[in-house]
Design a protein around this ligand. Structure first.
Ligand SMILES: C[S@@+](CC[C@H](N)C(=O)[O-])C[C@H]1O[C@@H](n2cnc3c(N)ncnc32)[C@H](O)[C@@H]1O
Length: 196
């Protein structure tokens, strides 16, 4: 578990990615009916995306290794009166949850993993995603200018999720990712993966 270094980024005020509201790309996705069934938010951080989806009436579990982020997320859920679950879990061992989800969201987690870590993470996602279910990955893209940290190429996304490991990349579209230090967001990919 890489929890401790990650936790530190939440202790002294908002982390660079904590914009205090859901990512516009996720709001749009939700408004277009992109979320169905039980939803998992992997690496939920301070929970804005999970809270938004839960506020629409979905059953949502947000998991993270950073306890401070989870505490912030739970406090917001209480304040806003939103029913949602936040739990400590390692994204590399999601099978330990003992649950399956029809929709899984990864907002800013995939791009933090090195290439050699991705197969393990993608296998972990496969273990909790229903067949026919959907995984959304919103990541920084290398298609600049003004890229965010750890930008990835669409080839890297396609290499990580492929038919030989149980995935079909259904849609790969350009998106903007809002941060606290990009005026108009950073270039990103919104990838829609279907579990075969
Ligand atoms: C860039 S932040 C994005 C947070 C959130 N999704 C958002 O959009 O605000 C990445 C998050 O992934 C979490 N994380 C990193 N490695 C993890 C792991 N192995 N398992 C679960 N969460 C992890 C970090 O603690 C952090 O909260």
């Amino acid at each position: 578990m890489t929890g401790l270094p990650w936790d530190a980024s939440y202790r002294d005020g908002p982390a660079p990615w904590d914009i205090g509201r859901p990512q516009p790309a996720i709001v749009r996705l939700a408004s277009e009916g992109g979320f169905v069934g039980a939803v998992l938010d992997a690496g939920c951080g301070p929970g804005e995306n999970a809270l938004h989806v839960a506020s629409l009436g979905f059953s949502v579990l947000g998991v993270d290794v950073a306890e401070t982020a989870l505490a912030i997320a739970r406090e917001k859920a209480n304040e806003r009166g939103i029913e949602v679950e936040f739990a400590t879990a390692d994204a590399f061992q999601l099978e330990c949850l003992g649950r399956k989800f029809e929709t899984v969201l990864d907002c800013g987690l995939f791009h933090t993993f090195d290439a050699d870590e991705r197969p393990r993470y993608v296998a972990s996602l496969a273990s909790v995603t229903e067949h026919g279910g959907t995984v959304y990955v919103l990541s920084f893209s290398d298609d600049g200018p003004d890229t965010g940290p750890h930008p990835i190429s669409q080839e890297e996304l396609r290499a990580a999720f492929n038919s030989s490991n149980g995935w079909n990349v259904a849609i790969l579209e350009r998106e903007r990712i809002q941060t606290r230090y990009h005026d108009n967001g950073a270039p990103g990919w919104l990838a829609t993966m279907k579990r075969i």
